[in-house]
Ligand binder design. Structure first.
Ligand SMILES: *Cc1c(COP(=O)(O)O)cnc(C)c1O
Length: 224
């Protein structure tokens, strides 16, 4: 017997094209909900608060892949670097340097995505398209051997205007294609495009996403 949560998860997974990874965004949901998802086969979970991720990790099986999807403060990098599978929202050069330092310290190379600011909203974090292009092409990354940039992440504007959402995702996809060709053509591990949440993941997939971060459509509304 599967639970309603498991049914939503299974239906969502079945609806995604092959090659699109589902990150189950479990922030603010209790560990029981994560276990239900785990029992339905989900292994990749996304969290946006360091302490919450640490606590849940201690209570979940060890084959879970923990993705950090929120804004990461430099002083908290050290807590997650030993185990995190992917840091989605790297939004400053300073943060890249701190990840490098902590990753070197524990002998890991940490997979990261650069967060692009493509939305209309002034409050969102991330690099502009031009900043990200420079950073990816100017050689900075060569000095960060324990950071592995695997692609790009973005969030679209919170709007019902589908054309606008598509335009924002398309801008991220265009940059991805450009830097892939210019600098990462021979790097099979530069291959991730993390965009799409509950309300816009279908559009995101149509606009080139291969990693969607979905919370509400699996776990229900969050109570903060
Ligand atoms: C919370 C969050 C999500 C999931 O949002 P839903 O609308 O619940 O699917 C995805 N990405 C990021 C960065 C988030 O913070």
């Amino acid at each position: 017997m599967s639970t309603p949560l498991q049914q939503r998860l299974t239906a969502l997974r079945a609806s995604l094209p092959e090659g699109v990874e589902l990150v189950a965004v479990s922030k603010f949901h209790p560990v029981e909900a994560l276990r239900e998802a785990y029992d339905a086969g989900q292994r990749v979970f996304g969290e946006s608060h360091v302490q919450e991720m640490q606590e849940k990790r201690g209570q979940m099986p060890s084959d879970v892949e923990w993705h950090f999807i929120g804004h990461l403060q430099t002083n908290k990098v050290k807590y997650i670097v030993p185990y995190v599978s992917l840091i989605h929202a790297v939004d400053s050069v300073r943060l890249l340097h701190e990840i490098e330092k902590q990753a070197a310290r524990c002998g890991r190379t940490v997979p990261c995505l650069l967060e692009l600011h493509v939305a209309d909203e002034a409050t969102k974090y991330g690099f502009t398209i031009d900043e990200a292009r420079s950073l990816l092409l100017d050689g900075t990354l060569a000095g960060l051997p324990h950071v592995k940039v695997r692609g790009l992440m973005c969030m679209a504007t919170q709007t019902d205007n589908e054309a606008q959402i598509r335009r924002e995702f398309a801008a991220a996809y265009a940059l991805y294609g450009e830097v892939k060709a210019a600098r990462f053509a021979d790097d099979a591990d530069f291959n991730l495009r993390s965009w799409g949440m509950s309300h816009d993941y279908r559009l995101a997939v149509e606009e080139g996403s291969n990693m969607v971060r979905v919370g509400t459509s699996i776990f229900g509304e969050r109570t903060y």
